[in-house]
Ligand binder design. Structure first.
Ligand code: DQA
Length: 176
């Protein structure tokens, strides 16, 4: 490698390293009061606050959106074509098992994403075992409770680092 130059970690920490989007599907606005046996007691705002805290600790910008409407989720995904989103954490909720349209949106934008489920979709009704997203996701986290979102964010961080993504200027490599 010609003129190899490694940027020290403090330079990496001085700037936002990546833009991460968290998308929550239908009924997740009811977390905290909804079927606590499956979803626990944390509210969506508590989960989002923990994600924000971890993202800023890791040096990233993170935005979150929950919607009960498929079209709104699709519109937000399409926005990723122009808004510099680098990585997506997605809990499609019930759309996991039904939405070819959301799947197509993810394929169209081509951004890496992790599929997150609070409950273990394989331990529940058989219709929940099929996901329209698992085969196109970087990976799926299911059944680890709200902690799964934080684990997914940590994965996004190492994925982006190992892909030298958007660090030190747009798409610039770690080594020059
Ligand atoms: C869920 C699992 C889905 O089957 C369900 O429809 C949800 C939430 C989860 O996070 O465990 O709404 O995605």
């Amino acid at each position: 490698m010609q003129n190899a130059r490694l940027y020290p970690i403090w330079i990496l920490r001085l700037r936002n390293m990546a833009t991460i989007l968290v998308l929550h599907g239908p009924n997740l606005n009811l977390l905290g009061s909804r079927e606590s046996l499956h979803y626990g007691f944390q509210t969506l705002s508590e989960i989002d606050a923990k994600l924000q805290a971890l993202a800023s600790e890791l040096g990233h910008t993170l935005s979150t959106l929950q919607s009960n409407h498929e079209g709104i989720l699709i519109d937000r995904l399409q926005l990723c074509l122009t808004d510099n989103t680098d990585f997506i954490l997605l809990n499609p909720a019930a759309y996991t098992h039904t939405s070819i349209a959301l799947r197509d949106a993810l394929l169209a934008i081509g951004k890496p994403f992790v599929e997150v489920h609070i409950s273990n979709i394989h331990k529940r009704e058989s219709f929940r075992a099929h996901s329209y997203f698992s085969d196109i996701a970087e990976g799926t986290i299911t059944g680890l409770g709200a902690e799964g979102y934080l684990l997914a964010l940590r994965y996004a961080h190492s994925y982006l680092l190992s892909n030298n993504h958007d660090i030190i200027g747009a798409n610039a490599p770690l080594w020059t």
